[in-house]
Design a protein around this ligand. Structure first.
Ligand SMILES: Cc1cc2nc3c(=O)[nH]c(=O)nc-3n(C[C@H](O)[C@H](O)[C@H](O)COP(=O)(O)O)c2cc1C
Length: 271
């Protein structure tokens, strides 16, 4: 009997210890996200797994179509009429949580209309918001800036973003993001700064073109580049000249990574 009791206590202790190490801040956390085609859900599930947070989906009364063109058409129609999609009631009571991991795809350069509808309704006063997003090319920085404007009573942290084409990188990158920001326990390699920007060589231009070849739209011409070496390989930070949607000259930063023995990958655009 004594042995059974001891076993039960030790099992309970180990469950308790796992719960504690998952969430070092010991705050109550919720992963709250919208995903139309499942990419953002991959990140949401990873964050939930690593933090032990609760999870809830942002759902629409009338979901967007799975068809890209139809979604664009509906968004344009809604924008023209000045309306936002109607949300279903959230299945989580946001007021019970300290930290909200808020996830969304990037549409038209920033967070999706369903998240726009959410932040119009809920102030998230006193909450810590940790944004995460997925995108074809980029949009993390703009969406975080927009969230800070929309939620002045919340603390909106810098977030995590990943390209749809890089779903395979999510597990390692989310682990790193959560650890380096202290959301879960654990140490990560501290990365050096990029070297000073220098004009790109022909070899670096070729590497840039290879990295961007799986993206459907032209990303521009790399002008200068800075580099850093990591345990995994080499990261490149290109400054790129391109043409903006308004037809004017634009400049952006494009990150590329080359893991040892692997092909160059276009990580994201920073606008
Ligand atoms: C209507 C629409 C607009 C989009 N606009 C952008 C954009 O401005 N920038 C970008 O990088 N990706 C854009 N994308 C791509 C999505 O952000 C990307 O596919 C995302 O990972 C989808 O997430 P989900 O699978 O969770 O729905 C857009 C996609 C759609 C459907």
């Amino acid at each position: 009997m004594k042995k059974i009791l001891l076993l039960a206590v030790s099992a309970l202790m180990s469950v308790f210890c796992v719960a504690q190490t998952k969430n070092v801040t010991r705050q109550k956390s919720l992963v709250l996200y919208y995903s139309q085609t499942g990419t953002t859900k991959v990140v949401a599930d990873e964050i939930r797994k690593l933090t032990g947070a609760d999870i809830a989906v942002i759902e629409l009364e009338k979901p967007y179509s799975d068809d890209f063109q139809q979604t664009i058409a509906r968004c344009q129609d809604e924008k023209g009429k000045g309306i936002l999609p109607v949300l279903k009631p959230l299945k989580a009571d946001v007021s019970k949580y300290d930290v909200i991991y808020l996830g969304y795809p990037i549409w038209f350069g920033t967070y999706v209309p369903p998240v726009e509808a959410l932040v119009k309704k809920v102030t998230f006063e006193g909450k810590t918001i940790v944004p995460f997003c997925t995108f074809g090319s980029g949009g993390l920085e703009v969406s975080v800036r927009d969230l800070r404007k929309a939620l002045p009573k919340a603390t909106v942290k810098d977030g995590y973003g990943v390209r749809t084409a890089r779903k395979d990188a999510v597990s390692a990158e989310v682990d790193r993001f959560l650890k380096e920001n202290g959301y879960i326990a654990g140490k990560v390699e501290s990365l050096p700064d990029y070297s000073v920007q220098k004009p790109v060589t022909d070899a670096e231009k070729k590497l840039f073109d290879e990295a961007c070849s799986n993206y459907q739209f032209p990303l521009g011409t790399p002008v200068t580049v800075g580099k850093r070496s990591t345990k995994a390989g080499t990261d490149y930070k290109f400054t790129v000249k391109s043409r903006g949607m308004d037809g004017k000259d634009a400049e952006s930063v494009i990150l590329v990574t080359v893991k040892k023995g692997a092909k160059a990958e276009f990580t994201r655009v920073i606008r």
